[in-house]
Design a protein around this ligand. Structure first.
Ligand code: S3P
Length: 380
């Protein structure tokens, strides 16, 4: 079952958790309340006051039926239709599972998780809320207590699993859902530490011995490799991708030529563990590397890539294709400038301009001097 359905009382956090799940698992997000408001062209409180609660409940049931019949999530729910193959995260109105028919439909629609919440948390979160018609007026606590004691058994019946959300952050709840759904751990990007050298060298070594992707002939010694990482980190980002406890790739920048006038240009390098290609890790690393470089005031990212006349077991055109996909454009080709495994290889330069070339460019900020908020989107 591809869809994930989040149920629970008002204030349980279905929308925030649902949006975070959609992002974390590459799914689309929708909310039944929002869909009904859009369809009716008015707020839920207005629907309740003009047409009554029963009419709203009928709209909920009709919507569930439509969703079940839809071959895939509505385009409006997805950033792009291409993303919709991952399924839909649907947050449903707190009263929707009260109808027996809806409970059956929910289970048909996907994996239902009930976000269980206490009266205390509801009252804390919804203090001053004016959008929920059922919680207006005096003695809200008594109303929440009464509704929860009526509904909790129904939520339980409608769900495949339950998560108690009191005192938990959105991230913690998403992690619990990830475990329940057996979704893979996310790939984390962080700055390398010199002690990563052994594992990173393990990733790099096959590129030296079995490919012409690097023009290096000998696997560097561990200490030498550790020194390269430490040297790079004095001014440039050296990022690693970590997944389920092991490093699966790394990317870094280093000086382009090295003369002062080239300061705002860098050369990029990326290596992905042999069995982890095509997992999206390369894109993640390069996206992070670019974000950090932008924060450093770097303007040009240059990549020097081995490029065979015709593909052979040592060198394919994959890296050039990857860079083109990441927005790099071809600059020029050096003919037969590298000799490895008895073959002369061409090399190409590709570039990506990531900032504006103004008459008075800002100085480059060394990587260790970047403030955490300047690289917040990179989650180092
Ligand atoms: C309701 C919950 C609301 C909304 C409507 C009725 C309920 O949704 O559907 O106000 O009966 O519990 P949220 O749970 O998303 O607040």
């Amino acid at each position: 079952m591809k869809n994930l359905i989040l149920t629970g009382f008002m204030g349980a956090g279905k929308t925030s958790v649902g949006k975070a799940c959609a992002q974390a698992f590459g799914m689309c997000f929708s909310d039944t309340d929002q869909m009904i408001e859009t369809q009716e062209g008015r707020a839920i409180s207005e629907i309740f006051s003009t047409q009554g609660e029963e009419a709203f409940r009928r709209m909920e049931t009709a919507l569930l039926k439509r969703l079940i019949n839809a071959p895939r999530p509505a385009p409006a729910a997805c950033p792009s239709l291409a993303d919709s193959s991952g399924g839909l995260v649907l947050s449903v109105g707190g009263g929707l599972p009260v109808r027996p028919e809806n409970r059956r439909l929910l289970k048909q629609l996907g994996q239902v998780i009930w976000l269980k919440v206490s009266t205390e948390t509801v009252l804390n979160r919804l203090k001053g809320d004016t959008t929920r018609p059922l919680l207006q007026g005096a003695d809200v606590r008594a109303r929440v207590d009464a509704l929860l004691s009526q509904r909790n058994a129904l939520y339980e019946e409608a769900a495949h699993a339950v998560i108690c959300v009191d005192g938990k952050t959105v991230g913690e709840i998403v992690d619990e859902i990830r475990r329940l759904l057996k979704k893979p751990e996310p790939i984390a990007i962080r700055a390398a530490a010199p002690d990563d050298a052994g594992e990173l060298l393990e990733i790099y070594a096959p590129y030296v011995t079995k490919t012409a992707i690097t023009f290096e002939y000998e696997i560097p010694a561990l200490e030498e490799f550790r020194g390269r990482i430490a040297d790079t980190l004095k001014k440039y980002p050296y990022l690693v991708a970590e997944h389920e406890g092991r490093l699966i790739g790394y990317a870094y920048t280093h000086p382009f030529v090295g003369r002062a006038a080239y300061d705002r240009a860098v050369e990029t390098s990326i290596y992905v563990r042999e069995d982890q290609r095509k997992t999206g890790v390369g894109k993640k690393l390069y996206t992070a590397l670019e974000a950090v470089s932008k924060a450093q005031n770097i303007l040009n990212m240059n990549a020097c890539i081995g490029y065979p006349e015709t593909e052979d077991p040592y060198l394919t055109k994959n890296s050039v294709q990857f860079h083109a996909h990441m927005g790099y454009r071809m600059v020029g080709k050096f003919y037969k400038c590298g000799y490895k495994f008895g073959t002369w290889y061409n090399m190409v330069w590709m570039e990506k301009i990531i900032g504006r070339h103004t008459p008075d460019p800002a100085p480059v900020i060394p990587f260790p001097d970047l403030k955490p908020d300047e690289i917040a989107n990179v989650r180092l």
